[in-house]
Design a protein around this ligand. Structure first.
Ligand SMILES: [Zn+2]
Length: 314
């Protein structure tokens, strides 16, 4: 009896060992034949959208931005490396509002049918956004045509971040229905935290609600709207048109009729001396800030507002 038992134990161990070896082999072969095959490849126009996509997709996605850090989105030159990213993408997230027509070119060159307009892999995140500053007349180049379909800097309202996240959740769920509940849970966690933080940012910004903001370009309109801040004008006479002496004089005249304090808030990719010089002339505080994830210590969509709020409060 005893010998038979030992023999049985021995057989079981051998069997388990060989089975373990077989499983290890299959995993090893699988790892090499299909590298990261299970991860949904997401490509997003900027790191703002990439950060939100990473939150919603978690380990199930690999996310790459087309543009890194703080850049003027009105002047982007597409590069061959961007074509390669779009070629591999399962989901492409764009800004929309006529601001990234170069992405149409990338889609054409990459010939990746998964991200053609109308497919689950194509997401124009601007669609459900309530757009600000839609012109009531047709614009031509001389009139500053960079905001021809309204203000496209909509990711700078954290509540729009929730709308962006919801769309990413829906598209990922269509691409990978078996993981729908995970995307939903990630969305719930992200949106709850973002809304909680937005209330904190709002409370912090109470300290500057009586101050009057002036900007270089209409980058911050959604931020001002989200937190009920007052902005009276821009150094640019029209979006995309450089400041003129005549326009700056008119702006100064406007300022002289108001009671400050004033703040000149400027995106960090515009020429700081122009903003600083104007701030000095009107005795305003000058603040330069990055409107994008990926710049300096801004690693996450939450950091973007944390950093921005602190910069505005300084
Ligand atoms: Zn703009």
């Amino acid at each position: 009896m005893r010998n038979l038992f030992l023999e049985w134990v021995h057989t079981r161990m051998s069997f388990n060992k060989s089975r373990a070896f077989l499983v290890a082999m299959l995993l090893w072969v699988g790892a090499f034949s299909q590298p990261m095959a299970d991860q949904i490849q997401v490509v997003a126009i900027t790191q703002d959208f990439a950060s939100i996509a990473q939150e919603i997709g978690g380990d199930l996605v690999e996310v790459q931005p087309l543009i890194k850090g703080s850049r003027n989105l009105h002047h982007v030159t597409p590069r061959p490396s961007m074509v390669m990213k779009v070629k591999r993408a399962d989901l492409l997230i764009r800004l929309g509002m006529g601001q990234d027509s170069w992405i149409d070119g990338l889609i054409q060159v990459a010939r990746n049918a998964r991200v053609f307009p109308g497919e689950h892999g194509y997401l124009d995140a601007s669609v459900p956004i309530r757009k600000l500053e839609i012109p009531d007349h047709d614009l031509d180049g001389s009139m500053g045509d960079v905001h021809q379909h309204g203000n496209p800097h909509y990711w700078l309202d954290p509540y729009n971040g929730v709308l962006i996240a919801a769309q990413i959740r829906d598209h990922l769920s269509q691409l990978s229905p078996e993981n729908r509940s995970e995307f939903e849970a990630n969305y719930q966690r992200f949106s709850t935290e973002l809304e909680r933080k937005a209330k904190v940012w709002n409370d912090q910004l109470l300290a500057v609600k009586s101050q009057i903001f002036i900007t270089y370009h209409k980058v911050w309109s959604y931020f001002f709207e989200a937190f009920n801040l007052t902005s009276i004008g821009e150094l640019e006479p029209l979006p995309g048109i450089a400041p003129s002496i005549r326009h700056l004089s008119a702006l100064k005249e406007q300022v002289s009729e108001l009671q400050g304090p004033f703040v000149v808030l400027m995106a960090d990719y515009y020429p700081a001396p122009a903003g600083r010089g104007f701030a000095k002339q009107i005795d305003a505080r000058f603040v330069s800030a990055a409107p994008h994830v990926g710049e300096g210590d801004i690693d996450h969509y939450f950091d973007l507002f944390d950093t921005l709020v602190q910069a505005v409060l300084k």
